[in-house]
Design a protein around this ligand. Structure first.
Ligand SMILES: [Zn+2]
Length: 190
């Protein structure tokens, strides 16, 4: 995500982020059920919906390709090529687009691992996300393409064996769950 950070929130709770109705300007813009605002005066309703994100577990001969994050959330920790799904986009397309944007290469196909919830703190506000994880394993003996870091969100690429990734090194709990399940499944090669 990019752009200027929201500043009105205290503690990252969405309910504290907006105090006035964006439609009529009245106060009493109440945050309800942990997911929506409702204006008492004009009835305007706004949903703080779960955002969809997609990431790719790239299983290279050297190990899983992990990106050292340059920024929060998870600054200095390891993430995957991936990001938020754009409006009108399929999650698979988003996963491939983010690969191209971040490492200059995208896999020819993807297997779906599963989806896991996450809380993404950005600009002082917490966004609940549903992170979809995909997997690609390079065929035995395949030449590894040159990965080029194109995105300022990553500092470096690290390769770690699937079974040896420390969960404390990972940026997101959803990623830790996806790695754990991938290791347990013993994903076969193509
Ligand atoms: Zn209103």
């Amino acid at each position: 995500m990019s752009g200027s950070a929201p500043s009105a929130s205290a503690g990252g709770e969405p309910g504290q982020a907006f105090r006035f109705c964006p439609s009529c300007g009245a106060g009493g813009f109440d945050f309800l059920d942990g997911k929506r605002w409702l204006c008492k005066r004009c009835g305007f309703e706004y949903f703080h919906n779960v955002a969809t994100a997609a990431g790719v577990i790239l299983h290279c001969p050297e190990g899983i390709a992990l990106l050292e994050r340059a920024r929060d959330p998870g600054k200095g920790k390891l993430g995957l090529p991936g990001g938020f799904v754009d409006p009108g986009e399929r999650a698979e397309q988003a996963a491939l687009r983010e690969c191209r944007e971040e490492i200059g290469w995208a896999p020819p196909k993807l297997d779906y691992i599963g989806s896991f919830p996450n809380a993404y703190r950005y600009g002082g506000l917490v966004y609940d996300t549903c992170d979809l994880y995909f997997y690609y394993r390079f065929p035995e003996g395949a030449d590894l393409p040159v990965f080029t870091l194109l995105d300022s969100e990553a500092l470096s690429i690290a390769f770690r064996p699937l079974e040896g990734i420390r969960e404390g090194d990972l940026a997101f709990p959803s990623l830790a769950r996806a790695i754990r399940i991938t290791a347990r499944l013993g994903r076969p090669g193509p």
